[in-house]
Ligand binder design. Structure first.
Ligand code: ADP
Length: 327
């Protein structure tokens, strides 16, 4: 929204009642549409309001995490980017299909708890922000972790879990912007996450960890760290992004439009293993409200991801047709 304001747009924030007092503090938010506390998505009234005011909706993670994807697809308020690709982000099977089609290396899926023969990460279905994930290295550790989650009422049964090979390396989240108008990909930033409990474990000595019987550890995101990549990795980063854009064009027309993020681990040989993508702006881009080391190589002005979206909307208005960047 700050970026939209910097590019001269008026901004409307859609948010739940209990958050309005926070967002009223910021001058770049011109207007707030409050939605009901229990509402999970954009209400029909909200949609009408947005349409009457000529708004373009910018989707983000919460929209996908908390709204029914059929409902998002049926929205008639113009959405920046390709709303059809959001289903491919939300559905684990479709997500895997697109990443494989793009030629990205992905962690091996483990079909059943009986096939666990190495360190694995066990995930919940859907975008859970890493909450409830745990590590298992055999059937017993899987069952123990699953039972903990069942007791905590996080899941109903083991069937709600998805097992994947654990990739050793360091996590990296690559922020891209694809301009379908210029047919050009821009790499605008990279971050890593600060996750509890996993990033806090190192503060407890190993002997104590064993003593207090820590078994499961969640990967709940608390914040993000900025990162600059070793320069020799950048070539690979660009080709991964380009391959993803090509694959999206073929599998989910009109393809990727605007911001997206490839999320994975870089191993000791400098290979990226991608386990997720986000087909819209991600929270890690908040690090770079004043631009990033990478955006500064492309733009003289401080270019945040939000501002880049706004710029694309302006370019479409001026040079082609708004319709090419909306769905
Ligand atoms: P979400 O999409 O729900 O936010 P992620 O899939 O991004 O969750 O993962 C949460 C955490 O788990 C991240 O720290 C990520 O690095 C780690 N992670 C996910 N999959 C793997 C994997 N296959 N190997 C190693 N770490 C992983």
């Amino acid at each position: 929204m700050k970026g939209a304001k910097d590019e001269g747009f008026k901004t409307v924030l859609v948010c739940k009642k209990d958050r309005t007092s926070l967002y009223k503090r910021f001058k770049f938010i011109d207007d707030i549409f409050e939605i009901d506390q229990n509402s999970e998505s954009i209400s029909p009234e909200c949609q009408e309001y947005l349409k009457e005011n000529g708004c373009i909706l910018i989707p983000h993670g919460s929209l996908i995490a908390y709204s029914d994807i059929d409902y998002i697809e049926q929205l008639t308020v113009p959405i920046f980017g390709n709303k059809w690709i959001l289903r491919w982000e939300a559905d684990r099977n479709l997500k895997q299909e697109l990443m494989t089609y793009a030629g990205l290396t992905t962690p091996q899926a483990v079909k059943s708890k009986y096939d666990i023969d190495r360190l694995c990460i066990v995930k919940l279905h859907g975008a859970a922000g890493g909450r409830g994930y745990f590590l298992a290295w055999n059937r017993e550790t899987f069952e123990k972790g699953a039972l903990d989650l069942i007791k905590q009422k996080v899941i109903k049964s083991e069937d709600d879990l998805y097992i994947q090979e654990y990739v050793k390396g360091v996590p990296v989240y690559l922020h891209y912007f694809y301009s379908s108008i210029n047919n050009e990909i821009e790499f605008l930033g990279v971050d890593r996450r600060y996750e509890t409990d996993i990033d806090g474990l190192g503060r407890i000595p190993a002997s104590h960890q064993l003593g207090i019987g820590i078994q499961t550890s969640s990967y709940n995101v608390i914040g993000n760290f900025p990162l600059v990549l070793r320069e020799s990795l950048l070539g690979k980063v660009y080709s991964m992004g380009e391959n993803f854009v090509q694959a999206a064009k073929q599998l989910v027309p009109p393809g990727m439009i605007g911001p997206f993020c490839l999320e994975g681990v870089c191993d000791a040989s400098g290979n990226f293993v991608t386990f997720e993508f986000s087909a819209r702006i991600v929270a890690g881009t908040n690090l770079y409200v004043m631009g990033s080391p990478y955006s500064s190589l492309i733009y003289d002005d401080p270019m945040s991801m939000g501002r880049r979206i706004a710029l694309e909307i302006k370019n479409a208005q001026k040079n082609t047709d708004l319709k090419v960047i909306l769905t």
